[in-house]
Ligand binder design. Structure first.
Ligand SMILES: Nc1ncnc2c1ncn2[C@@H]1O[C@H](COP(=O)(O)OP(=O)(O)OP(=O)(O)O)[C@@H](O)[C@H]1O
Length: 209
């Protein structure tokens, strides 16, 4: 079981306070982060995923009752978002292979092919990322977040630019995280995506709703 504990989290950019004193615990398998444009969903998700340092406060991860050593999420986190850039000049397979190399994992080649198929990019697998359509790029971002089989998955607006089949893929991915040893955190202002989650945190109301 994974437990996320957020305590007195505060983040500002200069004089712009995005949120202050956020305190909550999530033990459910899937947490949605809701709120209108500019309310701080991405900023909170980045703080939870250690992409951004909070101005103050703490984010703590416990797995099966034990705090994660150094709170280090590196090998257990998958993060998919429009602002996670892949390399334009590398093709789909090369981008995933590059990520695998920097994670020092040698066992990923089957997962790479598997995920390229699962996101239906097999026909463009040899195309440079920069030549893909925006929806195809979003599909590769999902594969990049998932092929190393993370325990914690964070998705920011996962359905953006996706067609009906792509949105259904996101629902399948969310479903696959509904097990006690995993946690999905999904930031969105799309009610259909938020419905995939067991519990919702509103950044506007600064509380679980
Ligand atoms: N790197 C940054 N530097 C300065 N201000 C920032 C930065 N990132 C976000 N902000 C500000 O923080 C606030 C929250 O932005 P954030 O992107 O977290 O909102 P959001 O709820 O995810 O919005 P959207 O629904 O449009 O994606 C906004 O006022 C934004 O201008």
């Amino acid at each position: 079981m994974i437990t996320l504990t957020v305590s007195k989290l505060y983040k500002s950019f200069g004089s712009n306070t995005v949120f202050e004193d956020l305190t909550f615990t999530n033990e459910t398998k899937s947490l949605g982060i809701a709120g209108p444009n500019g309310s701080g969903k991405s900023t909170l998700l980045k703080c939870l995923g250690q992409l951004l340092r909070p101005s103050s406060g703490t984010v703590t991860w416990d797995i099966n009752g034990e705090q994660l050593s150094n709170n280090n999420l590196t090998n257990i986190l998958g993060y998919g978002a429009p602002y996670i850039n892949l390399y334009d000049v590398l093709n789909c397979r090369e981008n995933l292979q590059f990520l695998s190399n920097i994670r020092h994992r040698s066992s990923d080649s089957n997962q790479i092919d598997d995920w390229i198929n699962r996101v239906s990019l097999n026909e463009v697998a040899e195309q440079p990322f920069g030549n893909l359509s925006t929806g195809q790029q979003q599909r590769l971002r999902l594969a990049a977040a998932l092929f190393h089989e993370p325990k914690i998955l964070m998705l920011d607006e996962p359905g953006s630019n996706l067609d009906a089949a792509g949105r259904s893929l996101v629902a399948d991915i969310a479903e696959s995280f509904q097990t006690p040893d995993k946690m999905l955190i999904l930031a969105s202002n799309n009610p259909d995506e938020l419905q995939l989650c067991e519990q919702i945190f509103s950044v506007e109301e600064e509380s679980l709703v």
